[in-house]
Design a protein around this ligand. Sequence first.
Ligand code: SAH
Length: 241
Amino acid sequence: MRLEDVRIVLVGTSHPGNIGAAARAMRAMGLERLHLAAPQCDPLDAQACAQAAHGEALLHQAVVHPDLDAALSGCQLAYGLSARRRAERHPVRELRPAAEEAAAQAGGEQAWVFGRERTGLTNVELDRCHYLVHIPTDPACSSLNVAQSVQLVAWELRMAAGAAPAAGAAAGPEPAGVDALERFFGHLEEVAGAVGYLRRQNPELTMRRMRNLFRRAQPTDDELRMLRGLFNHILDHRRWS
Ligand code: SAH
């Protein structure tokens, strides 16, 4: 991983000061790509600029998206930051090992996704992420300010990137990115629905478990193509039988 490939994605942020403080935190650690999904305030508000200090340029370059899906487009991996541990739903990593793993990834952009000040990320948004990342705190007080969370993540990524072997050193083909995976999950859901499988299960939970399974496997584009070929055969077979 290179620090240039790290995207910080803030979802539904309401306070401009938090966007500014996040930009400052990023700038200090050498991160530059700030993406805002459905921000609830103006990222160039005077308060945002005041908080950003020498990170103000990041506010001007920030990319604004209508939702998280759009903000993740083009990424290879997505990490969703959550103050709560929802282990039964998503694979959870603590920040340090997650950053070390992320730093060892070969190429492509990776997104680190932060939630709303009051309500965090929804389960549907967390479903879009490969891993849920928790910053360990005193258990009685686990919810940090969003910009402070960005600071800790940016610091851990900087430390981990310094310690990791040179980017590109990892052998083997690259795993498929977020867009190809989303198309695959859509196709999987379609075929599972067409053969009546989802009717017998809790569809939301089943699809979440499928997502976890396939993300853990880190399939390549070729492997997804193979599985989607199989899905097409199943769908054709049903149509003609
Ligand atoms: N009440 C919300 C907390 C929102 S804090 C909730 O329970 O989810 C705003 C954002 O900061 C969170 O969505 C998350 O992305 C990040 N954050 C705050 N504390 C964190 C922690 N201990 N670990 C990981 N992320 C954290």
